[in-house]
Design a binder for this molecule. Sequence first.
Ligand code: MTE
Ligand code: MO
Length: 569
Amino acid sequence: MSTFDRRLSPAEDWIDQKGWTPPKHGIAPEIRLFGRWWNVGWLFLLLWVFLIIFFAVSTWFIETETGKAFVERYPGVLWHGPVMEAQGFPWWLRWEHYFNLFIMVLMIRSGITILADHPRLYWNVHCTPGTEWFRFNLPVPNMPYYTAKDDSVTIPGWLGLPGIRHSCGIARWWHFSGALFWSLNGLVFVIFLFATYQWQRLVPRSWEIIPNAVSMAVQYGSLHMPHENAWLRYNALQQLAYFAVVFIMAPLQIVTGLAMAPAVGNRLRRFSMLLHRQRARSIHFLNLLCFLGFVLIHVTFVFITGFRKNFNHIVFGTDEGSWIGFIWGMVGIGVIVLVWIAATWITMHRSRLVQRVGRLIVGRVTFLMEWFSPNSQYKESDISPHFWPNGTLPKRELWDRLLQNGTQRCTVKVFGKVEHPQELTIDQLREIGFREQITEHYCIQGWSGIAKWGGTPMAKLLERVQPDASAKYVVFYSHADGADGGRYYDVHTLSNMKHELTLLAYEMNGRPLNIYHGAPLRLRCENELGFKQVKWIEAIEFVEDYKKLGAGQGGYNEDHEFYSRRDPI
Ligand SMILES: Nc1nc2c(c(=O)[nH]1)N[C@H]1C(S)=C(S)[C@@H](COP(=O)(O)O)O[C@H]1N2
Ligand SMILES: [Mo]
């Protein structure tokens, strides 16, 4: 054991709320429009007014001659498929509909938890304070070291998964495992759709769908419940809505989800210029609102258009009016509620288990994204005017040492399974090699920023120290402790260290790195998230395995906050 790993701390395998990031409450969500902030409550008022106008106009219009002719011409149901007596709801559709609900509940809850870790949404990639269009926290205070962690807010445990504050690490296991199953479920659904007649119920094949959908809306709006039968075919409005959910909203959610990953963004530069992380994040959220709006309207219509029949359709696939489908439907929803409660309990009390199972389920899939390793850089003009700081500052000693010796004479110790262990000053590092790169930083909490980093390529250091064949991982020990005490550290794969953009940085935006951003030395490993970019590096150790370090998860946040050791997404 070296003197470095002795200062690492063990970690709890569960979330002890007393030791966790203390609660901090946000504010009611606000939207920035016309240069000022509006409470979203106003939107509901607006929606209400809109609905009243819509109902009034529909009621008037449908009685006019034009209205009558319109509804007669476009009754609201289109059908081009073969005339079959019973289209019905086959078993696969009913089961997938249920799985979908089941998974979406978990994903929405964990998604809200992730959002609360950076309670602001932007259309620009820099996340400059004041430029957000949506927030549920107060304006960013003007102080030198207000971190993204300080900015995160608490979400109640009944809503979020797990809720509380700064729990995005564990929420992500739920969110990504859910996303995997949800996408597979969707894929199987689409395959079945096209393997059967069912796709004809969903896919519109004529522009007549538009006036028919308007007609449907007017009929509902004037409270004329149209005569229709969803058992045989959907009406135009239903068809459009279901089509949008399956073929537009769901794929959009998958694409914007992936677009937030550093591995994807850094690889597909052209694509990510268009759909950069903050746009993707904003659209991901707006699309969530579309999903929620859909669910609200969908459930309302299930109840007002004959709920016993509708429940029989979707639960048993029968077209009759008994209570049986509704009763079993409620049992199904009861199961979801139980899972809702159990998921929160497990996440809080068996956190390490959630981390482990999550890794088992989605680990490999997300790790594959390291294939999308970074290959492109930004221009000078892309550099962010503001770069959020994050992390727990080092103690007084390091500040004093930096002041006394100057950064250039600070040393970094390189040791472990290498031919030539050594202790190098920043000046000596510079002699080994120097390069500059303009890259995007992706913090796990949701913010991003572009900066120019100057430093020594890790590959050059590898040439110098010559790792042994047994060295598989590289450990970066910080001068600073993590939030719960014990030294901050993080483990990287040796292969990631060989990448041309992996840098030991001591310059930022053309100036010596300042202490807030990690002086004297910090890491840049561009296909991983921000927490893996260790700041204030004191030592670098080459190891065969990391399981004996700290709590054995491969890093401080991995140990204490249940993050993933490889996190390219
Ligand atoms: N030693 C140390 N390094 C750290 C952290 C920390 O808490 N301690 N935080 C990490 C996180 S979560 C992020 S997002 C980046 C932030 O880097 P920045 O402050 O330059 O923006 O540093 C990483 N490096
Ligand atoms: Mo971060």
